[in-house]
Design a binder for this molecule. Sequence first.
Ligand code: SF4
Length: 97
Amino acid sequence: MTGRPSTAERLGSDAFDTDATTHLTLSDPALCRTCEKKPCIRVCPAEVYHWETDRLRISYENCLETGACRVACETIGQRALVWAYPAAGRGVQYRLG
Ligand code: SF4
């Protein structure tokens, strides 16, 4: 790596101390079935959200803690997402900013 690191290099340097339980939950998964645009899937830069047949799968292990999904769900979605940071000391660790 020379000079300023690229976005890919920065993301590739991230480390994760994954908690055993998710920090991203749904108040009511049924709300996601009626969520027309499902914006969480499109705004998450880490592709944490995937639609599987009739339910939202949340791969919280990959969360970059940007909060983009929270804003999207609250403003465009059905407000089903209950967003929180991982337990203290867990989650993503940025190495190159
Ligand atoms: S935006 Fe919210 S309500 Fe819509 S699919 Fe995602 S988590 Fe569910």
